[in-house]
Write a protein that binds this ligand. Sequence first.
Ligand SMILES: Nc1ncnc2c1ncn2[C@@H]1O[C@H](COP(=O)(O)OP(=O)(O)OP(=O)(O)O)[C@@H](O)[C@H]1O
Length: 301
Amino acid sequence: MVEAAVEVQGVVVKYGEVTAVDGVSLTVPRGSILALLGDNGAGKTSLLQVCEGFRGPDAGSVRILGLDPVADHDALMPRLGIMLQSGGVYPWATAGEILRLFASFAARPLDVDMLLDRLGLRKFAKTTFRRLSGGEQQRLSLAVALVGRPELVFLDEPTAGMDVGARQTTWKLVESLRADGVTVLLTTHLLDEAESLADHVVIMNDGVVAATGTPAELTAAAGIDLLQVRAEPGLTLAATLDVKVTEESPGEYAIAGALDTEAIAAVLGWFAAAGAQVTAVNTRRRTLEDVYLALTAGATR
Ligand SMILES: Nc1ncnc2c1ncn2[C@@H]1O[C@H](COP(=O)(O)OP(=O)(O)OP(=O)(O)O)[C@@H](O)[C@H]1O
Protein backbone atom coordinates (compact mmCIF):
# COMPACT_ATOMS: atom_id res chain seq x y z
CA MET A 1 0.00 0.00 0.00
CA VAL A 2 1.27 3.49 -0.84
CA GLU A 3 2.19 5.38 2.29
CA ALA A 4 -0.01 8.40 3.07
CA ALA A 5 1.60 11.84 2.64
CA VAL A 6 0.60 12.84 6.16
CA GLU A 7 0.05 10.48 9.08
CA VAL A 8 -0.82 12.04 12.41
CA GLN A 9 -1.43 9.73 15.38
CA GLY A 10 -2.71 10.95 18.75
CA VAL A 11 -0.90 14.28 18.53
CA VAL A 12 -0.91 16.58 21.56
CA VAL A 13 0.40 20.18 21.46
CA LYS A 14 0.67 22.16 24.68
CA TYR A 15 1.62 25.77 25.41
CA GLY A 16 2.20 25.72 29.16
CA GLU A 17 -1.17 25.07 30.71
CA VAL A 18 -3.01 25.36 27.38
CA THR A 19 -3.61 22.13 25.45
CA ALA A 20 -4.09 23.41 21.91
CA VAL A 21 -4.24 19.97 20.25
CA ASP A 22 -5.52 17.10 22.33
CA GLY A 23 -4.94 13.71 20.72
CA VAL A 24 -5.63 14.33 17.04
CA SER A 25 -5.23 11.59 14.43
CA LEU A 26 -5.62 12.11 10.72
CA THR A 27 -4.30 10.80 7.43
CA VAL A 28 -3.89 12.62 4.13
CA PRO A 29 -3.57 10.19 1.20
CA ARG A 30 -1.07 11.20 -1.48
CA GLY A 31 -2.48 13.37 -4.24
CA SER A 32 -5.50 14.44 -2.21
CA ILE A 33 -6.66 17.65 -0.55
CA LEU A 34 -7.59 17.68 3.13
CA ALA A 35 -9.24 20.74 4.66
CA LEU A 36 -8.89 21.37 8.36
CA LEU A 37 -11.81 23.37 9.72
CA GLY A 38 -12.40 24.81 13.15
CA ASP A 39 -13.18 27.98 15.03
CA ASN A 40 -10.45 30.44 16.03
CA GLY A 41 -8.21 28.72 18.54
CA ALA A 42 -9.39 25.20 17.62
CA GLY A 43 -5.76 24.11 17.17
CA LYS A 44 -5.44 24.03 13.37
CA THR A 45 -2.28 26.14 13.08
CA SER A 46 -0.66 24.30 16.00
CA LEU A 47 -1.31 20.98 14.28
CA LEU A 48 0.05 22.34 11.00
CA GLN A 49 3.23 23.55 12.73
CA VAL A 50 3.83 20.05 14.07
CA CYS A 51 3.32 18.58 10.59
CA GLU A 52 5.74 21.17 9.16
CA GLY A 53 8.33 20.19 11.77
CA PHE A 54 8.58 23.66 13.33
CA ARG A 55 7.93 22.03 16.68
CA GLY A 56 7.63 18.47 17.91
CA PRO A 57 4.40 17.12 19.37
CA ASP A 58 4.12 16.84 23.17
CA ALA A 59 2.68 13.37 22.58
CA GLY A 60 1.79 11.23 19.60
CA SER A 61 3.58 10.79 16.31
CA VAL A 62 3.75 12.46 12.92
CA ARG A 63 5.07 11.04 9.64
CA ILE A 64 5.36 13.36 6.65
CA LEU A 65 6.14 11.69 3.31
CA GLY A 66 7.26 8.77 5.44
CA LEU A 67 9.73 10.88 7.45
CA ASP A 68 9.88 12.45 10.89
CA PRO A 69 9.29 16.20 10.32
CA VAL A 70 11.64 17.23 13.17
CA ALA A 71 14.44 14.65 12.93
CA ASP A 72 14.36 14.62 9.10
CA HIS A 73 13.65 18.35 8.74
CA ASP A 74 16.52 19.09 6.33
CA ALA A 75 15.66 16.20 4.02
CA LEU A 76 11.99 17.06 4.11
CA MET A 77 11.98 20.84 3.64
CA PRO A 78 12.85 20.85 -0.09
CA ARG A 79 9.89 18.51 -0.68
CA LEU A 80 7.37 20.72 1.16
CA GLY A 81 5.60 23.94 0.25
CA ILE A 82 4.62 26.00 3.25
CA MET A 83 2.34 29.03 3.13
CA LEU A 84 2.25 30.86 6.41
CA GLN A 85 -0.73 32.88 7.68
CA SER A 86 1.47 35.95 8.13
CA GLY A 87 3.21 35.81 4.77
CA GLY A 88 6.63 35.13 6.28
CA VAL A 89 8.65 36.99 3.63
CA TYR A 90 10.92 40.04 3.55
CA PRO A 91 8.95 43.32 3.58
CA TRP A 92 11.56 45.38 1.65
CA ALA A 93 12.13 42.97 -1.24
CA THR A 94 9.97 43.09 -4.36
CA ALA A 95 7.54 40.33 -5.28
CA GLY A 96 9.79 39.27 -8.16
CA GLU A 97 12.93 39.25 -5.98
CA ILE A 98 11.24 37.23 -3.27
CA LEU A 99 9.97 34.63 -5.69
CA ARG A 100 13.32 34.37 -7.50
CA LEU A 101 15.10 33.99 -4.17
CA PHE A 102 12.88 31.08 -3.13
CA ALA A 103 13.16 29.60 -6.64
CA SER A 104 16.97 29.66 -6.24
CA PHE A 105 16.68 27.35 -3.22
CA ALA A 106 14.93 24.66 -5.26
CA ALA A 107 16.49 21.99 -7.43
CA ARG A 108 13.71 22.12 -10.04
CA PRO A 109 11.81 25.38 -9.51
CA LEU A 110 8.73 26.40 -11.44
CA ASP A 111 9.11 29.25 -13.90
CA VAL A 112 8.82 32.44 -11.83
CA ASP A 113 7.14 34.52 -14.53
CA MET A 114 4.61 31.77 -15.21
CA LEU A 115 3.75 31.63 -11.51
CA LEU A 116 3.46 35.43 -11.28
CA ASP A 117 1.08 35.28 -14.24
CA ARG A 118 -0.98 32.40 -12.85
CA LEU A 119 -1.54 34.34 -9.64
CA GLY A 120 -2.15 37.69 -11.33
CA LEU A 121 1.02 39.13 -9.81
CA ARG A 122 3.07 40.00 -12.89
CA LYS A 123 2.27 43.71 -12.63
CA PHE A 124 3.49 43.69 -9.01
CA ALA A 125 6.83 42.03 -9.79
CA LYS A 126 8.68 45.29 -8.95
CA THR A 127 6.49 46.21 -5.95
CA THR A 128 7.94 45.69 -2.49
CA PHE A 129 6.14 43.17 -0.30
CA ARG A 130 5.07 45.80 2.23
CA ARG A 131 3.36 47.86 -0.50
CA LEU A 132 1.26 44.91 -1.70
CA SER A 133 -2.33 44.74 -0.50
CA GLY A 134 -3.24 41.98 1.96
CA GLY A 135 -4.71 39.80 -0.79
CA GLU A 136 -1.67 40.35 -3.04
CA GLN A 137 0.66 39.43 -0.18
CA GLN A 138 -1.38 36.26 0.29
CA ARG A 139 -1.01 35.38 -3.38
CA LEU A 140 2.73 35.97 -3.23
CA SER A 141 2.99 33.76 -0.14
CA LEU A 142 1.17 31.06 -2.07
CA ALA A 143 3.57 31.48 -4.99
CA VAL A 144 6.50 31.15 -2.55
CA ALA A 145 5.02 27.91 -1.22
CA LEU A 146 4.67 26.48 -4.73
CA VAL A 147 7.75 27.70 -6.58
CA GLY A 148 9.92 24.76 -5.44
CA ARG A 149 7.55 22.21 -7.02
CA PRO A 150 6.68 20.62 -3.65
CA GLU A 151 5.20 17.14 -3.23
CA LEU A 152 3.17 18.25 -0.24
CA VAL A 153 1.80 21.72 0.44
CA PHE A 154 0.63 23.19 3.74
CA LEU A 155 -1.66 26.17 3.27
CA ASP A 156 -2.79 28.05 6.38
CA GLU A 157 -5.94 29.95 5.38
CA PRO A 158 -4.70 30.40 1.82
CA THR A 159 -7.50 32.66 0.61
CA ALA A 160 -7.99 34.80 3.73
CA GLY A 161 -8.27 38.42 2.66
CA MET A 162 -8.49 37.62 -1.06
CA ASP A 163 -11.18 39.08 -3.30
CA VAL A 164 -13.56 36.76 -5.12
CA GLY A 165 -11.51 36.62 -8.34
CA ALA A 166 -8.24 35.90 -6.52
CA ARG A 167 -9.95 33.21 -4.47
CA GLN A 168 -11.21 31.46 -7.59
CA THR A 169 -7.75 31.69 -9.18
CA THR A 170 -6.29 30.14 -6.04
CA TRP A 171 -8.88 27.35 -5.99
CA LYS A 172 -8.08 26.51 -9.62
CA LEU A 173 -4.38 26.49 -8.79
CA VAL A 174 -4.91 24.17 -5.82
CA GLU A 175 -7.02 21.86 -8.00
CA SER A 176 -4.28 21.79 -10.61
CA LEU A 177 -1.80 20.82 -7.89
CA ARG A 178 -3.93 17.81 -7.06
CA ALA A 179 -4.17 16.94 -10.75
CA ASP A 180 -0.35 16.91 -10.77
CA GLY A 181 -0.31 14.47 -7.84
CA VAL A 182 0.58 17.05 -5.18
CA THR A 183 -0.91 16.55 -1.71
CA VAL A 184 -2.49 19.56 -0.01
CA LEU A 185 -3.29 20.08 3.66
CA LEU A 186 -5.04 23.39 4.17
CA THR A 187 -6.85 25.21 6.93
CA THR A 188 -9.79 27.43 6.17
CA HIS A 189 -12.69 29.25 7.73
CA LEU A 190 -14.54 29.16 4.43
CA LEU A 191 -16.95 26.27 4.33
CA ASP A 192 -17.56 26.67 0.60
CA GLU A 193 -13.80 26.47 0.06
CA ALA A 194 -13.65 23.17 1.93
CA GLU A 195 -16.79 21.86 0.25
CA SER A 196 -15.62 22.60 -3.27
CA LEU A 197 -11.91 21.81 -2.94
CA ALA A 198 -11.38 19.12 -0.35
CA ASP A 199 -11.46 15.36 -0.80
CA HIS A 200 -11.54 15.02 2.99
CA VAL A 201 -12.58 17.39 5.72
CA VAL A 202 -11.54 17.29 9.36
CA ILE A 203 -13.51 19.51 11.71
CA MET A 204 -11.59 20.41 14.87
CA ASN A 205 -13.21 21.75 17.99
CA ASP A 206 -11.27 22.69 21.13
CA GLY A 207 -8.21 20.70 20.07
CA VAL A 208 -9.99 17.48 19.17
CA VAL A 209 -11.45 16.04 15.97
CA ALA A 210 -15.20 16.61 16.06
CA ALA A 211 -15.92 15.02 12.68
CA THR A 212 -14.16 13.70 9.64
CA GLY A 213 -15.20 12.51 6.20
CA THR A 214 -15.66 13.60 2.63
CA PRO A 215 -17.85 16.69 2.23
CA ALA A 216 -20.54 14.38 0.82
CA GLU A 217 -20.30 12.01 3.79
CA LEU A 218 -20.51 14.84 6.27
CA THR A 219 -23.58 16.34 4.66
CA ALA A 220 -25.32 13.15 3.55
CA ALA A 221 -25.49 11.23 6.85
CA ALA A 222 -28.96 10.04 7.76
CA GLY A 223 -31.44 12.70 8.82
CA ILE A 224 -29.73 15.71 7.43
CA ASP A 225 -32.44 17.42 5.48
CA LEU A 226 -33.86 20.67 6.68
CA LEU A 227 -37.45 21.76 6.42
CA GLN A 228 -38.19 25.45 6.87
CA VAL A 229 -41.75 26.47 7.58
CA ARG A 230 -43.13 30.00 7.97
CA ALA A 231 -46.23 30.37 10.14
CA GLU A 232 -47.29 32.50 13.09
CA PRO A 233 -44.72 32.88 15.84
CA GLY A 234 -44.67 31.10 19.18
CA LEU A 235 -46.42 27.88 18.18
CA THR A 236 -46.16 24.84 20.41
CA LEU A 237 -45.96 21.89 18.07
CA ALA A 238 -46.85 18.36 19.03
CA ALA A 239 -43.57 16.97 17.71
CA THR A 240 -43.79 13.20 17.61
CA LEU A 241 -40.98 12.30 15.23
CA ASP A 242 -37.29 12.15 16.02
CA VAL A 243 -36.62 15.61 14.61
CA LYS A 244 -35.41 18.88 16.06
CA VAL A 245 -37.72 21.87 15.81
CA THR A 246 -36.22 25.33 16.28
CA GLU A 247 -37.97 28.67 15.88
CA GLU A 248 -34.97 30.42 14.35
CA SER A 249 -36.65 33.82 14.21
CA PRO A 250 -40.27 34.73 15.00
CA GLY A 251 -42.48 32.58 12.78
CA GLU A 252 -39.53 30.89 10.99
CA TYR A 253 -39.35 27.24 12.03
CA ALA A 254 -36.47 24.96 11.11
CA ILE A 255 -37.07 21.24 11.39
CA ALA A 256 -34.00 19.03 11.13
CA GLY A 257 -34.02 15.26 11.07
CA ALA A 258 -34.78 12.26 8.87
CA LEU A 259 -37.30 13.92 6.64
CA ASP A 260 -38.80 11.69 4.00
CA THR A 261 -42.07 12.68 2.34
CA GLU A 262 -44.11 11.01 5.05
CA ALA A 263 -42.23 12.85 7.75
CA ILE A 264 -42.69 16.17 5.97
CA ALA A 265 -46.43 15.49 5.76
CA ALA A 266 -46.46 14.68 9.48
CA VAL A 267 -44.62 17.90 10.32
CA LEU A 268 -47.10 19.97 8.31
CA GLY A 269 -49.82 18.05 10.18
CA TRP A 270 -48.48 19.50 13.47
CA PHE A 271 -48.93 23.00 12.11
CA ALA A 272 -52.46 22.10 11.01
CA ALA A 273 -53.18 20.61 14.44
CA ALA A 274 -51.93 23.82 16.05
CA GLY A 275 -54.41 25.75 13.90
CA ALA A 276 -51.54 27.63 12.22
CA GLN A 277 -51.59 29.19 8.78
CA VAL A 278 -48.48 28.01 6.95
CA THR A 279 -47.32 30.70 4.50
CA ALA A 280 -44.09 29.19 3.18
CA VAL A 281 -42.44 25.77 3.10
CA ASN A 282 -38.94 25.13 1.92
CA THR A 283 -36.75 22.02 1.98
CA ARG A 284 -33.03 21.95 1.52
CA ARG A 285 -30.08 19.66 1.92
CA ARG A 286 -27.84 20.41 4.83
CA THR A 287 -24.65 22.15 3.78
CA LEU A 288 -21.24 21.68 5.30
CA GLU A 289 -21.91 24.94 7.12
CA ASP A 290 -24.96 23.45 8.86
CA VAL A 291 -22.93 20.41 9.91
CA TYR A 292 -20.05 22.62 11.05
CA LEU A 293 -22.28 24.89 13.12
CA ALA A 294 -24.01 21.93 14.74
CA LEU A 295 -20.66 20.37 15.67
CA THR A 296 -18.97 23.50 16.93
CA ALA A 297 -21.95 25.04 18.75
CA GLY A 298 -21.35 25.23 22.47
CA ALA A 299 -17.58 25.49 22.12
CA THR A 300 -16.13 27.03 25.23
CA ARG A 301 -14.69 30.13 23.56
N1 LIG B 1 2.65 30.38 21.06
C1 LIG B 1 1.57 30.17 21.81
N2 LIG B 1 1.60 30.34 23.14
C2 LIG B 1 0.52 30.13 23.90
N3 LIG B 1 -0.68 29.74 23.43
C3 LIG B 1 -0.78 29.56 22.11
C4 LIG B 1 0.32 29.77 21.22
N4 LIG B 1 -0.07 29.51 19.96
C5 LIG B 1 -1.37 29.15 20.06
N5 LIG B 1 -1.79 29.19 21.33
C6 LIG B 1 -3.14 28.82 21.82
O1 LIG B 1 -3.44 27.52 21.37
C7 LIG B 1 -4.80 27.43 20.94
C8 LIG B 1 -4.86 26.97 19.51
O2 LIG B 1 -4.30 27.98 18.66
P1 LIG B 1 -4.13 27.76 17.10
O3 LIG B 1 -3.44 28.98 16.57
O4 LIG B 1 -3.51 26.45 16.84
O5 LIG B 1 -5.65 27.72 16.62
P2 LIG B 1 -6.27 27.88 15.14
O6 LIG B 1 -7.31 26.83 15.04
O7 LIG B 1 -5.20 27.89 14.13
O8 LIG B 1 -6.94 29.32 15.24
P3 LIG B 1 -7.20 30.44 14.09
O9 LIG B 1 -8.34 29.94 13.27
O10 LIG B 1 -7.58 31.63 14.89
O11 LIG B 1 -5.94 30.62 13.31
C9 LIG B 1 -5.40 28.81 21.19
O12 LIG B 1 -6.06 28.77 22.42
C10 LIG B 1 -4.21 29.72 21.22
O13 LIG B 1 -4.46 30.84 22.03
